[in-house]
Design a protein around this ligand. Structure first.
Ligand SMILES: Cc1cc2nc3c(=O)[nH]c(=O)nc-3n(C[C@H](O)[C@H](O)[C@H](O)COP(=O)(O)OP(=O)(O)OC[C@H]3O[C@@H](n4cnc5c(N)ncnc54)[C@H](O)[C@@H]3O)c2cc1C
Length: 741
């Protein structure tokens, strides 16, 4: 957050009394950052807000730059700080914040918003708040204007509904439900919503995280959920060979820990995958997962809201319109640039199409603007689309901060309940019919193993008694790798700070502008080496970083210093077109195993990217195809070039040679966040975890419904297929239990 605020102007000093008071409270409350305002003395806005950190050094900031378009108000129920909207609640007068005055603090971990009553005398106080730098100051006020602005902002925030409602459910120990769902992520939210349509069933949804914060709702701010308490913050194991350009030689795997799971923090890109992906699932012995069935469930999920696109009959026929999952097209602020890139992709044979999902894959490749799980400047995670609208159902109980530590299984292998840690209290819940695991590709295999289902030897090595020996649990891990391809060019120029700040006001006004879309662009290319192939081998996303960008570090903070520096230094004079290259169908397989039998310990993730040499060869071929873009009219016109990046291990190779690209790919490879396959669906328990109906082999009444069941990864981003899995899995349960009970 400090980074977020660091652009703001310096012109306020707090009086020592107020500072001390805040620092003391911050230390007591373990708060890292506080925003203080003065409730009595009401000079113009810039004068009465400041930021403190716990270290005691107050970054000398005022939170408003006059005319910047940023609005910072500390009045009424909401305190609005820059782009962060913090819901506040009153705390008692005798709180650590001091005596007298009104006290407020954000109901939010790590950040405090406090209206302090300064214990110093009014005259002194006034002096303390006096603005030193008169160039940027506002005129004085009687306070009326301030209050008016504050009310207006509160009104806007409230009417735009950008402040999420919170509602909590509690579950008593030893309660019994018909179905217990573990994990309210992309799939779990779908399952909870669909099963609770059956009024006679009682559903319990247990989610380890909490409600998603406001940063989840505002598309551009999703990036601030990374490395926060809303992220499980996994890392792959360092194998000493790969990923050495990344810090600690390991790949950071963010995973959503909140309702909506990863769909509450993902890039919102909506790509179904190709029919042949699902044909492959069927061919592998999963008869229900035909392209026809799968497309039925995609449609059932979808509500496409882009009226322009709906005029196209092919697109209209492809999508569903009355499902819960809102889908639309971002109103991107840099459309001019993305149009140029699409033209260029088209030029090198990745033909532009109106909609990737509606268009068949043919020729060398296709490209286009992607659909997103967002509309009207708001993210539509599965939490927003499926769960939130139905959370008042009497037969659906959603318990957050509920970390499931074990699935309970009887001696004759029936799952009958779960053990849960809810705010440090151990509770047990029982299931009449089924326990459904929707904890995602990392936590689902972990929880299976903790519950005694997995490779017997491994479980025994962790002192876990093996109930079902299922060797495939945790295997078949695969992911879409990400190789950053840096192309620099003369355009676009430097970012205009004022314009950027104005974007925030735009968002407050009508939810448009920069904040209304994700941080990467919404265009993508899918391509293959062989023009006869029925599916794409590669995908590319694009991020455009303007010249001398202040935020470029965010994109490379996971890289070692040398490499990071090298990416950044060219940006001081050139714009960076960062093409994220993904290999869509890797043959390499990794694994997830327990580090210990302690459920709170992260499991060991062996990404094992590029263990299959063919993956590396394909990647090199794909990178060469992608970098052809520098030879297109637009990229030539901006003098674009592919830049050699400083990676010590690769400096011995000729730039752009196969050896260079191989070395580059191995060392810079990270993830586009699509791990799947760790509870593989298949006909044979020797190499699969669940059957065609997603039932765990060897255990009755236990199913897995999430991305981990994918036998093989789809040709694109994995959220849409995971939602589809949630839909089809729910119908399988309904079909089974409604016919029997
Ligand atoms: C940063 C990021 C960007 C992405 N971008 C895109 C994109 O733009 N488009 C796209 O299609 N895909 C994207 N993906 C991938 C996509 O979001 C995932 O494939 C999909 O969300 C996986 O869904 P899931 O239901 O399997 O797991 P999740 O959504 O991860 O849900 C699992 C849920 O279970 C909870 N849980 C886990 N363990 C426990 C436990 N023991 N007890 C209780 N609850 C538990 C978790 O907190 C979580 O809420 C992205 C992913 C990430 C992380």
């Amino acid at each position: 957050m400090l980074e977020q605020l660091s652009f703001l102007q310096t012109n306020v000093n707090h009086s020592a009394g107020a500072q001390d008071l805040l620092l003391q409270s911050m230390a007591e409350w373990q708060v890292d950052l506080a925003v203080a305002c003065e409730p009595y003395f009401v000079p113009p806005l810039p004068h009465w807000l400041g930021v403190l950190t716990r270290s005691g050094t107050a970054p000398p900031l005022s939170l408003i730059e006059r005319g910047s378009g940023y609005v910072v108000v500390g009045w009424g129920e909401y305190v609005v700080v820059g782009t962060h909207f913090l819901r506040t609640r009153c705390v008692p007068r005798e709180s650590p914040l001091g005596v007298g005055g009104s006290h407020r603090r954000a109901d939010r971990q790590g950040v405090m918003v406090a209206c302090v009553s300064d214990p110093v005398a009014p005259a002194e106080r006034r002096r303390g708040y006096r603005v030193r730098n008169t160039v940027n100051t506002c005129t004085s006020t009687t306070g009326a204007a301030t209050q008016l602005f504050a009310s207006a902002i509160n009104f806007l925030a409230a009417t735009q509904c950008i402040i999420p409602e919170r509602q909590r459910h509690y579950a008593g120990d030893h309660e019994t439900y018909d179905f217990i769902i573990i994990g309210g992520g992309s799939a779990g939210s779908v399952v909870a919503s669909r099963l609770s349509e059956i009024k006679k069933w009682n559903i319990l949804l247990l989610e380890a995280g909490s409600e998603p914060p406001i940063e989840s709702d505002i598309p551009y701010l999703g990036q601030y959920l990374f490395q926060s308490k809303y992220d499980w913050q996994y890392y792959t194991q360092n194998d000493g060979v790969k990923h050495q350009a990344l810090k600690a030689g390991s790949v950071y795997w963010p995973r959503g820990k909140m309702l909506g799971g990863c769909s509450s923090m993902n890039g919102m890109i909506y790509v179904r995958g190709r029919d042949c992906d699902f044909q492959a699932w069927e061919n592998a012995g999963n008869p229900n997962w035909t392209p026809e069935n799968v497309n039925f469930y995609f449609k059932k999920a979808e509500s496409l809201q882009d009226n322009e696109l709906l005029k196209d009959p092919d697109i209209r026929d492809t999508y569903g319109y009355d499902g819960p999952q809102v889908i639309n097209t971002f109103n991107i602020t840099y459309r001019e640039i993305t149009e140029k890139v699409l033209e260029s992709w088209d030029y090198i044979g990745f033909k532009r199409v109106a909609d990737i999902n509606a268009h068949g894959f043919n020729g060398l490749g296709i490209s286009g603007i992607l659909r997103s799980t967002a509309a009207n400047g708001r993210r539509y995670s599965t939490y927003r689309s499926y769960l939130d609208p139905n959370r008042k159902r009497k037969n659906l109980k959603i318990v957050t901060n509920a970390f499931v530590t074990k699935v309970l299984i009887t001696g004759n292998s029936h799952a009958y309940g779960v053990e849960v840690d809810i705010m440090k209290q151990k509770k047990t819940f029982y299931a009449n019919f089924e326990v459904i695991l929707s904890a995602g590709s990392v936590n689902t295999p972990q929880l299976l193993m903790l519950s005694g289902i997995g490779p017997a030897e491994h479980l025994l090595s962790k002192n876990i008694s093996c109930i079902v020996n299922l060797p495939a649990v945790g295997r078949n891990l695969h992911d879409h790798s990400l190789i950053p391809i840096a192309i620099y060019g003369d355009d676009p120029g430097q970012e205009n700070k004022e314009e950027k700040l104005f974007e925030v006001t735009k968002y407050m006004y009508n939810r448009t502008g920069l904040l209304a879309h994700n941080i990467i662009t919404d265009i993508s290319a899918f391509f293959s080496r062989n023009p006869d192939m029925a599916y794409p081998e590669f995908q590319s996303h694009l991020t455009v970083i303007r010249k001398n960008s202040q935020s470029i570090k965010n994109f490379f903070h996971n890289y070692q210093d040398d490499t990071q520096k090298s990416f950044i230094e060219f940006n001081t004079k050139k714009a960076l077109y960062l093409f994220q290259f993904n290999l869509l169908h890797p043959l390499s397989r990794g694994s997830i195993y327990l580090k210990t039998s302690n459920p709170y310990d992260h499991p060991i993730i062996n990404g094992n990217y590029f263990s299959e040499i063919r993956d590396l060869e394909a990647t090199v071929d794909g990178i060469k195809m992608l970098t052809e873009i520098v030879n297109t009219p637009y990229f030539k016109s901006i003098n674009a070039f592919v830049q050699r990046v400083n990676i010590p291990q690769c400096n011995k190779y000729d730039f752009k040679s196969d050896s260079y690209w191989q070395c580059y790919a191995i060392n810079t490879c990270s993830t586009v966040y699509h791990p799947v396959g760790t509870a593989k669906m298949g006909p044979n328990p020797r190499d699969s975890v669940v059957n065609n109906f997603l039932k765990v082999y060897g255990v009755m009444r236990l199913r897995v419904i999430d991305a981990s069941i994918m036998p093989s990864i789809t040709s694109g981003n994995t959220n849409a297929p995971t939602i589809m899995i949630g839909e089809m899995g729910s119908d399988m349960i309904k079909a089974e239990y409604l016919s029997h009970y």
